[in-house]
Design a protein around this ligand. Structure first.
Ligand code: FES
Length: 154
């Protein structure tokens, strides 16, 4: 095979390869540009939600596992305390005989009002505000905090 015959297929191959590379690069650029129009959003559950009507909560403490909240009722007064440990976010348990919250992950203990009493938890449990929806249900806003000893009285 002469040197001239050998160069033609190589030149043809390089031309085709170059064109394919340009087309692939254009598609990649177009895909990247179109992807910019898709919102890169992390969808989280709403922080404000209904938990039920006052009569749904008996005197004392009710745990809502789906929301990781404790609802305290004392007569006509209500308050909401988060069950999420402030150390590494494990869910605490209410110990009714000791009247304290216990986190079994690393042993943090919180008093009845949510104050961190023992263990590695750096902060008290969060208290969240309550309000009424127009249909008479309580609404909790876990995106907001209230001072300890806050009471929502009906
Ligand atoms: S997560 Fe509760 S003590 Fe560590």
């Amino acid at each position: 095979m002469s040197e001239k015959e050998d160069k033609v297929p190589r030149r043809f191959f390089l031309e085709v390869f170059g064109k394919v590379a340009v087309v692939v690069a254009l598609f990649a650029e177009a895909f990247g540009a179109l992807k910019a129009f898709i919102p890169q959003v992390l969808y989280e559950p709403p922080s404000k939600f209904k938990i039920g009507k006052p009569d749904d909560f008996p005197e004392g403490i009710t745990f809502l596992p789906e929301h990781k909240l404790y609802i305290f009722r004392s007569g006509r007064g209500f308050h909401v305390v988060s069950a999420i440990c402030t150390h590494l976010k494990c869910v605490t348990d209410w110990n009714s005989s000791q009247r304290e919250f216990y986190c079994s992950c690393h042993g943090s203990v919180f008093s009845e009002n949510g104050a961190n009493a023992e263990g590695p938890a750096p902060r008290p449990l969060s208290w969240h505000p309550l309000s009424f929806a127009p249909d008479g249900n309580f609404v909790v806003d876990t995106g907001k905090k209230v001072e300890r000893y806050y009471k929502f009285t009906i």
